[in-house]
Every structure is written in structure tokens, then in C-alpha cells.
Design a protein around this ligand. Structure first.
Ligand SMILES: [Zn+2]
Length: 331
């Protein structure tokens, strides 16, 4: 099963037809009046490139050209010679197509699942000082632009804060929480959580809700977002490019700059909202309150909007979908 090749001795331009054969140690070359044996470490074999002939260079400067690439491959295999994996992979069209398809799949999956996973991990690892910095910057920016001091009385503020301080926590895992009261003006009936545990309640929302139990239901939902670090995760996910820049230049300002918009207008994914609802339901229940309180708030906001009241705010970010109301009823 030898392979035909053309041999050039390097001294004359004459080519000779020879036969090649090989085993694990040697390659040998045969023609009338010409026999050579080369140990493999004195033979260099050109890589396979499409249908181009393979070139073999020997230790004495002579060379051989092999046209029948498939037969030569068989010879190499029989001799136990393996080509570099890259060359094998490159020569195999199907493997190449599969690799490209695989790369597309990995990138898609990376975007779909890897990015959220990375954001969740980063959110868990975010040092408290950075959370505080982001929260401070967000609140300062909002105070300068949109928020005014709350008109809610100090006593009422303290009473609600005391309810939060007395909460029993699901799975005995307390969530750091400090209430912050503001008049939100254009932000309307709204509430949102800052990554360091501050829950900002706007007068509009306090007015729409009927009693502290309902307010506690809204706070419980925001505590759910805090418990699972949804705010940081969304912020990190939204600003992944800025984040790499931040990491590269050691400057977190791109992350901070994105924070006010991302945290106030926190249109979380449906999965995050349902998780926060479930947490709120559990929190309300172990504190002797009904999860339906949250459904009531959602429906009140919905009704107010239907009657021509201000839309937007918490309702825009928390649509009272039938699914959510039904789930809360089931808890
Ligand atoms: Zn929410």
C-alpha cells in the first residue's frame, strides 16, 4: 500500500517517480537504484491545504511531492502519525461548519443565560461600599432634578418605618431596609429600591394606598427586589459594556452614571417581578397579612389610571396583569 511521489534530489532538475512507505519509526523511499530511509524526526511534512500537493522535506535537503493526498493520509494514519489537530479540523468541512454553528450557539446562549448569570454573580460580589456609592449618587441626582421633600408627616413616616423594623423575615433572612420619603412630582405614585437597602416611597403612592398594610405590601414587593438584588443585576446587565470599560480603566463612573435611570425606571423582567411578588406574599403571610393586599394596590392603581388619573409610576413598571393578581390570590 505504498504511495506514489515525485522526488527531487536538489542537484538536478530531473524528477523521479518513487514509492513511499512508512511505519511508526521510519519513512522509506523506493525507486530503481534509489533507496532511502528517514527517521520521522528528519522529515518535515507540509500541512494539508485543500487539494495542494503535500511536500516532504528530508534532512539532506532533498524533497518529495505527493499528489494523492488521500492515499498519503492513509499512509500517515497507518504509520500512527497524527497531524496537528488544527490541520485536521481545518480540512474537515463538516467539523468547520459545526464549529461555526457551535460558536453562534455559545454566543447566543451567553447573551441569553451567561450575561444574567454573570450579572447575578457580580451583584452578589458587589462590595457594600459600591452599593452605597451607587445609591447615594442616584438619590442625589434625583433630589437635584425630580424629587422634593415629602409632605407626609414625620409621625406617619416613623410609624411606617417602625412596621418595617418589626417585620419577621422569610427563612429568617433579614433584608436591610430604610425607608426614604419624598414628593415625586412627575414621578407620580411610585416606589423603588436602591441597592444599599433604601426604599424610596413617593407621596403619590402613599396617597393612593389605603392604610399602612397596603403600603407594607408595596414595600414587601420592593424588599423582594432587594432580597434578590434585582436592581444591581439589572444595572450590571444593562451596562455590561460600560462595566468592562470600568473594569479596564478601574473607574466605576459609567456604572454610577447609568444608575438613576436604571433604578427609578426599573422595568424588570417578568421573572424578577414574579419573584418579588412571591417574596412579598411570603413576607406578608408570615407577618399575619394577606398577599392580596398587593393585588389590591395594583388594582387601585389600575382603576385610578382608567378614571383618567396619572398613569406611569409604579403601575407602568408593575402592570396589574391577571397573572400576577391570580398568583397573589393563590399564595
Ligand atoms: Zn417590582
Amino acid at each position: 500500500m505504498s504511495v506514489e511521489a515525485t522526488y527531487y534530489d536538489g542537484r538536478s532538475s530531473a524528477a523521479r517517480t518513487v514509492r513511499l512507505d512508512a511505519d511508526a519509526q521510519m519513512l522509506w523511499l523506493d525507486a530503481e537504484g534509489l533507496q532511502r530511509r528517514w527517521p520521522w524526526d528528519r522529515v518535515s511534512v507540509s500541512e494539508r491545504l485543500g487539494g495542494a500537493p503535500r511536500l516532504l522535506r528530508f534532512g539532506d535537503g532533498t524533497l518529495c511531492e505527493v499528489r494523492d493526498g488521500a492515499a498519503f493520509d492513509r499512509l500517515l494514519r497507518r504509520a500512527g502519525r497524527r497531524e496537528p489537530w488544527l490541520a485536521r479540523w481545518y480540512a474537515n468541512r463538516r467539523a468547520l461548519a459545526l464549529t461555526v454553528a457551535g460558536a453562534v450557539l455559545v454566543l447566543t446562549a451567553g447573551y441569553r443565560w451567561g450575561l444574567p448569570w454573570l450579572a447575578a454573580w457580580l451583584a452578589r460580589e458587589t462590595p457594600p461600599a459600591l452599593s452605597a456609592h451607587i445609591s447615594d449618587y442616584t438619590l442625589r441626582t434625583l433630589d437635584r432634578t425630580l424629587l422634593k421633600p415629602s409632605r407626609w408627616s414625620q409621625d406617619d413616616q416613623r410609624a411606617l418605618q417602625a412596621r418595617v423594623a418589626a417585620l419577621r423575615w422569610p427563612d429568617h433572612v433579614p433584608v436591610r431596609c430604610r425607608l426614604v420619603f419624598r414628593d415625586g412630582g412627575k414621578l407620580g405614585a411610585n416606589a423603588f429600591a436602591l441597592p444599599d437597602g433604601r426604599v424610596v416611597l413617593l407621596d403619590g403612592l402613599l396617597q393612593v394606598t389605603a392604610g399602612d398594610d397596603q403600603r407594607l405590601a408595596v414595600i414587601a414587593h420592593e424588599l423582594g427586589h432587594l432580597r434578590y438584588r434585582h436592581g444591581l443585576r439589572k444595572l450590571l446587565q444593562d451596562s455590561v459594556i460600560g462595566l468592562f470599560a470600568a473594569w479596564a480603566i478601574g473607574d466605576v463612573s459609567p456604572l454610577t452614571a447609568a444608575a438613576p435611570a436604571a433604578l427609578v425606571d426599573a422595568r424588570y423582567s417578568r421573572a424578577f417581578e414574579l419573584q418579588a411578588d412571591d417574596y412579598a406574599a411570603a413576607l406578608l403571610r408570615i407577618n399575619g397579612l394577606s398577599p392580596l393586599l398587593l393585588a389590591q394596590v395594583l388594582q387601585q392603581l389600575q382603576r385610578r389610571k382608567a378614571e383618567g388619573g396619572a398613569g406611569g409610576g409604579w403601575l407602568a413598571q408593575h402592570p396589574a396583569t391577571a397573572e400576577r393578581v391570580r398568583r397573589l390570590g393563590d399564595r
